[in-house]
Design a protein around this ligand. Structure first.
Ligand SMILES: Cc1cc2nc3c(=O)[nH]c(=O)nc-3n(C[C@H](O)[C@H](O)[C@H](O)COP(=O)(O)O)c2cc1C
Length: 186
């Protein structure tokens, strides 16, 4: 099996990170990989916001937990009030990709950029996990102020959010792949 296929098959969502920050060199590699994703008519409609500031990470976590605490789902509400719970699993870096709403397919382009970063990360032993709660929060009315503080450009919507950090602990096994998801017409 070649290295690329091996990297794709090995990547898992990681929920346990070392607290050592990602090196500048590795971060630049991730960002370059993201920016080399395909995009509709090559619009490259993305903006990458790298959050490593502990205060900002704490604010994002708390804002999402406050929403979770009000959930009707008991598990969700419990996590929202658990002082030890971090919605992005204490990843030392959060990457938010926002897309220019005036372009053809910002959501798709940004998701492709994020997957490129996941795979680049995997090749560098950097784990990652998509964090939908932050994505939902930043798209909501309540997230507007933090979106400003994060300097998300005017006219851009948040499309993808993920935590990144060097992996710690055991790597989870891949879930079984669903059967019956392929049709080949020959
Ligand atoms: C759109 C999207 C949203 C996700 N949201 C979350 C999330 O909020 N929290 C989380 O822990 N994992 C989240 N995940 C990770 C999935 O749970 C994970 O990809 C899935 O269980 C398959 O596991 P794998 O990535 O290790 O192959 C998300 C993944 C995607 C693609």
């Amino acid at each position: 099996m070649n290295e690329t296929i091996n990297t794709i098959l090995k990547r898992r969502s990681i929920r346990n990170y070392k607290q050592q920050q990602i090196s500048k060199e590795d971060l630049n590699t991730l960002l370059e990989a993201g920016q080399y994703a395909p995009s509709a008519v090559n619009e490259q409609p993305w903006h990458f916001t790298i959050v490593q500031n502990k205060q900002m990470l704490g604010k994002l976590n708390q804002a999402c937990k406050d929403i979770m605490a009000k959930s009707k789902d008991p598990q969700m509400a419990k996590s929202g009030t658990d002082a030890n719970f971090c919605i992005f699993y204490n990843a030392p870096t959060l990457i938010i990709i926002s897309g220019d709403t005036k372009t053809i397919a910002p959501q798709i382009d940004c998701a492709l950029a994020m997957e490129n970063m996941f795979l680049a990360g995997e090749s560098l032993n950097i784990g990652s996990c998509w964090i939908h709660g932050i994505y939902n929060f930043l798209l909501s009315e309540g997230g507007k102020q933090l979106k400003k503080e994060l300097q998300i450009p005017e006219g851009f919507n948040v499309c993808a959010v993920a935590g990144f950090g060097y992996k710690a602990g055991e790597i989870p096994e891949a879930a079984e792949r669903k059967a019956g998801t392929v049709t080949i017409l020959q």
